[in-house]
Design a binder for this molecule. Structure first.
Ligand SMILES: *Cc1c(COP(=O)(O)O)cnc(C)c1O
Length: 410
């Protein structure tokens, strides 16, 4: 038995089976290359789901984490710590917003948004607790975040969630209709939460003018506009934040995935106007803002800057789009279209093909991808990806597409 097969058997005996991982166990990685337990190299076009923004084992990030671990890892939020202050300053400066609350994941950052929205209106003696969210939107798996996640299957079976009203993504009129208070009178909606590109839902960019329409709607009803930038933030779209790319001003955003380059960290960034909405004692987390996680994030930001990776994401994204468009053109029986922004791209398969079923074939062909929605092969490579790696990755995926095509024509 190969070492990899042996590890997979061990994993299946002890890991809680809430995932269905591919039968491969990785042990190391450099840049966009991962190495499994048998020494086999895989080209990483997933980056741990848009997380490893500066690639694997970036020497500068690895050294910064090691150095910080030797210096100070954790002190709690009963005191300040210098790295946390520096990271908050960097995020506030880059976003043009006012305040940062640190936590450990995307779901937690969205929980903070949700609690802030509710408490904001509670403190003003306005009875507003309902959130408007969108079908196929993804905001995480904790109960509060799950209540906002727009895939019914994920919410089913977990009891009463909400109050959240889900409306079709891109449908401004449906969002407006959802503002109506079911009990009559003034709206009970505290906030709208939206992704500027639905990631998990199938790499769907917000239609032209949609986010601006939501902004206007929130202004009209005195509700808050939240952008979940857990997947789109920190350079991936070719701008520091998606709201800058889409030219809309949210009241608050959530970030996580790419921020720590693989080190777990999440953050809610709000406007200065919301600084009083969650007063001392109303929310918190033990690990949030610890020096080790903040050092990782601060170093990721520095690497993105010195290696010009944010501008690079726009240029590389354009190339990836062009390469995928070629695949669509050559294989119209299998591929429907390519869509996305920057280095968050999807190859959309025709109805009848399941993206999930392609991931194993892609791994066999030497490339790691993720699926988004039912029919989208999602590309979220590390932002350090090279042109050559993008070409190689797409070539591997074209082999998979060819195999599917051969199957359908027989
Ligand atoms: C991944 C993701 C989340 C959840 O983040 P976790 O760190 O898994 O809790 C929330 N929102 C979006 C848009 C995401 O892509």
């Amino acid at each position: 038995m190969s070492r990899n097969a042996e590890l997979v058997a061990r994993a299946r005996a002890v890991l809680y089976p809430n995932y269905k991982p591919q039968p491969i166990s990785f042990e190391s990685g450099t840049g966009c290359t991962l190495v499994d337990a048998d020494g086999r190299e895989i080209l990483d076009m997933a980056a741990g789901v848009a997380v490893c923004s500066v690639g694997h084992s970036h020497p500068r990030l690895a050294e910064a984490i090691a150095e910080q671990a030797r210096t100070l890892m954790h002190v709690s939020n009963y005191v300040y710590n210098t790295v946390n202050i520096e990271l908050a300053e960097a995020l506030v400066k880059k976003s043009g917003m006012g305040r940062a609350f640190f936590c450990n994941s995307g779901g937690e950052a969205n929980e903070a948004l949700l609690k802030m929205a509710r408490y904001h209106f509670f403190a003003k003696h306005e009875p507003r607790a309902r959130i408007i969210a969108f079908d196929n939107g993804f905001h995480g798996r904790t109960l509060g975040a799950l209540s906002m996640t727009g895939t019914k299957k994920y919410r089913e079976g977990f009891g009463e969630l909400g109050p959240v009203t889900h409306v079709p993504f891109g449908d401004l009129e449906a969002a407006r209709a959802a503002m109506a208070n079911p009990k009559g009178g003034a709206t009970d909606v505290a906030a709208i939460i939206v992704e500027c590109v639905q990631g998990e839902g199938g790499v769907l960019p917000a239609p032209e003018g949609f986010l601006q329409g939501l902004r206007a709607l929130c202004n009209e009803y005195g509700a808050l506009l939240f952008l979940d930038e857990v997947q789109t933030g920190v350079g991936r779209l070719g701008a520091w934040f998606g709201f800058q790319k889409f030219d809309v001003q949210p009241d608050a955003i959530s970030l996580a995935k790419g921020l720590g380059g693989g080190f777990p960290i999440g953050v809610m960034v709000t406007t200065e106007a919301l600084a009083g909405s969650l007063p001392p004692g109303m929310h918190g987390t033990t690990f949030g803002g610890n020096p080790l996680a903040c050092r990782a994030a601060l170093t990721v930001l520095a690497i993105l800057e010195t290696e010009n990776l944010v501008e690079g994401a726009a240029a590389k994204g354009a190339l990836l789009d062009e390469l995928l468009a070629g695949v669509v053109e050559r294989h119209p029986a299998v591929c429907a279209e390519t869509r996305g922004v920057g280095l968050l791209r999807g190859l959309v398969l025709k109805p009848g093909f399941a993206a999930r079923d392609c991931l194993g074939l892609a791994m066999d062909a030497g490339v790691m991808l993720t699926a988004a929605g039912e029919r989208v092969l999602r590309f979220t490579p590390p932002l350090v990806v090279t042109e050559q790696e993008l070409r190689a990755g797409v070539a591997c995926v074209e082999q998979v597409v060819q195999a599917l095509e051969a199957k359908t024509s027989t």
